[in-house]
Design a protein around this ligand. Sequence first.
Ligand SMILES: *Cc1c(COP(=O)(O)O)cnc(C)c1O
Length: 352
Amino acid sequence: MSKVHNFSAGPSILAPEVIEASMEGIRNFAGTGLSVLEVSHRGKEFVSVVEETQATIKELMNIPDGYEILFLGGGASLQFLMVAYNLLETKGAYLKTGVWAANAVKEAKYLGNVEVVASSEDKNYSYIPKTYTIPTDADYFHCTSNNTIYGTQMKSFPDSPVTMVCDMSSDILSRQVDVSKFGLIYAGAQKNMGPAGVTVVIVRKDILGKVSRAIPSMMNYQVHIDKETMFNTPPVFPIFAMLQNLKWVKKCGGVDEMQKRAAARADMLYAEIDSNPLFKGNVEVEDRSQMNVCFVLTDESLEEKFNAAWKAAGISGIKGHRSAGGYRASMYNALPLESVEALVNVMRTFNN
Ligand SMILES: *Cc1c(COP(=O)(O)O)cnc(C)c1O
């Protein structure tokens, strides 16, 4: 099989050695002679996987004391609801920068009052609003660090007067963030952390226990914290595979190195989009994402020709999301620069 350049938006590319190490765990887990698929999550071998995964996330992201790290099911989408369940008493404040942010707003409304402090829906989510005020009577402020579908990214975070909550599903571990600015960070693993099936929640303990509603057990962060993220059977294999990926990130040089690689990939592709008259970007330049690069053809009649050319070059997964159209090249941590070179090469030559 020839090399596939995997630009999938998620679940997304993992390094070959991460896939290899995950397969080895399926064959023979931690020397037990058993598969990681068939052992108790409460056995000492798997408990130590959970602890090592938490410790590695803490180390890679420089997480201060006072935070807990949970591995939950239900995807980032369940967090839209769970955040509100646990934190919304008077009002939740939301920055609406895309479809995922809009879904977070929608779910929070099941629990109470929501104020959208700013939205970029007026221009098809092609920019990040920057002039807004976070109300001091809100229980929390929710934002989305990277808008996977539209290709915009928050380059900085506001100094929030209330607890800041962030959906970092699609750029976690790709750049340094100051975790101490946030009360809660969550991320579906399948974009930059591992395979689908586990969602990472990083929560500062002191923000919990302040709402008056009764919280069902599975929805309650404190219940999961009290049971060391094993209130019920956790997603065992996704956690194991995620650990292989975290070890790979660490071995490569950590988040600093991931940030350098992301910048190199993004600079290369945006430079081509900006200099090649056959293409143009469709979001505000200063808000461009380093993870998901969205662009369109300037002449739509070239679509078939371009599609045939990138497919022939072994490129996979660059068709835009159904709600954005055009093209989207998702360039997560494990995507080699040579895959970006292959795409750029096609963009330069397909119409010759
Ligand atoms: C993919 C994605 C989601 C949805 O994640 P699920 O795990 O499928 O629920 C939410 N937010 C962002 C920013 C995403 O990229």
